[in-house]
Write a protein that binds this ligand. Structure first.
Ligand SMILES: [Zn+2]
Length: 376
């Protein structure tokens, strides 16, 4: 299985210029390849494929010498990205979904380049992992805050605001945890709960994370007050972007820790299937957290696979309406958090009940066969 390792790069001033130039060249190539496909499609109704476009690359490197400073496989990867954008577009069209035509990348909208075979060419770790030699850039200082594992496959060099990072993907052997027959259901919670478990545990997003969000809101208000085109607006925008990144990092960190905890303790973890959840209008009140959940569930699935655990997505329909003890179904407004089941008299917490229904569904047992429980 593949595992990603992200490290900060510390380029010198000349290296910074080379990194920016590489991005610029990749972006130009991306837009040119996109343009060619658009025109071929518009004029002749035909599609230009990946291999067809790839064949031009040596020619481009001869005619535009600045492209010699970029590794040929990095350029191939640019063509591959265009190809992927089109494939995604055609797939969405075919599925009858709303599909935007692949777009040109503006400045600042293209922020990474990839060495697709970093294990063999283009990238080399040096000095016991203190530096990394990048084709076209040179030997760049890197901080491996955790050790790289497995067999190196790809390396992506990435700009985030003013910082640069390198993301290695490596092939690693799964490390199964000892077998565990404990099972848990999780309900993706309503604010302030990130999730609620079938055992009644309510997990909140960490305090510092909530604080950072309040800070971000303040920074955004301040940005809105600054005059367009002014220097202070530029500063304010930088501050907002920085806070965004900080929050994204904190969120990811929180997701990793929570997923790790669940995977360590339970052999089976059941959750609502987000693809189905997206269609349920009653859940729009939870919408604000959606993006976070998708990432969390992806991390959870990944860690579970690595550890040999089971993660099951179930149809979330009615999970927040059914009584997990007797199966009585009743619609309740979202603000009703705790209630007594009119049929069996059990005192229930809405999200905990939902988590228990989710777990029951994963077990494909009727929820009612479980022992009765009270709200913890
Ligand atoms: Zn009941």
């Amino acid at each position: 299985m593949l595992k990603a390792f992200k490290y900060r790069l510390y380029p010198t001033q000349p290296q910074l210029r080379d990194l920016d130039r590489t991005l610029m060249l990749c972006r130009s190539l991306y837009n040119a390849a996109l343009q060619e496909r658009r025109e071929a499609y518009r004029k002749a109704g035909k599609t230009v494929g990946f291999y067809e476009q790839k064949r031009y690359l040596p020619e481009i490197r001869t005619e535009l010498p600045e492209y010699k400073g970029v590794h040929s496989q990095v350029l191939q990867n640019v063509i591959e990205r265009v190809d992927r954008a089109f494939q995604g577009f055609f797939r969405r069209v075919k599925a009858g979904q709303k599909a935007g035509y692949p777009r040109f990348k503006g400045k600042g909208r293209y922020d990474s380049f990839t060495f697709p075979q970093a294990g063999t060419t283009g990238v080399k770790l040096q000095g016991g992992g203190k530096r990394v030699l990048l084709y076209g850039i040179g030997s760049v200082k890197v901080k491996l805050h955790r050790p790289l594992e497995g067999r190196l496959k790809t390396a992506t060099v990435k700009r985030e605001g003013e910082h640069w990072y390198i993301v290695f993907t490596c092939e690693v052997e799964p490390r199964p945890l000892p077998p565990n027959d404990q099972a848990i259901g999780i309900d993706l919670g309503t604010n302030p709960h990130f999730l609620v478990t079938s055992e009644g545990e309510r997990v909140e997003a960490p305090r510092y994370f909530q604080k950072a969000q309040a800070k971000l809101a303040a920074a955004q208000r301040s940005l809105a007050r600054k005059k367009r085109g002014s220097n202070r607006r530029k500063q304010a925008r930088k501050r907002v972007a920085k806070l965004h990144r900080k929050i994204a990092n904190q969120r990811r960190d929180f997701h990793h820790k929570l997923a790790r905890k669940l995977v360590n303790h339970y052999g089976t973890i059941a959750h609502e299937d987000l693809n189905i959840l997206g269609l349920a209008p009653s859940r729009t009140a939870k919408g604000v957290l959606d993006a976070g959940w998708a990432q969390f569930l992806a991390i959870l699935a990944y860690k579970a696979e690595e550890a040999g655990r089971r993660v099951i997505g179930v149809d979330p329909k009615h999970t927040s309406q059914d009584c997990p003890v007797c199966g009585h179904r009743e619609k309740r407004p979202l603000w009703v958090r705790e209630y007594t089941c009119p049929q069996c008299g059990t005192l229930l917490h809405r999200d905990v009940a939902a988590a228990r229904n989710i777990l029951a569904r994963a077990r494909t047992e009727p929820a009612g066969t479980w022992a009765a429980w009270a709200v913890p």
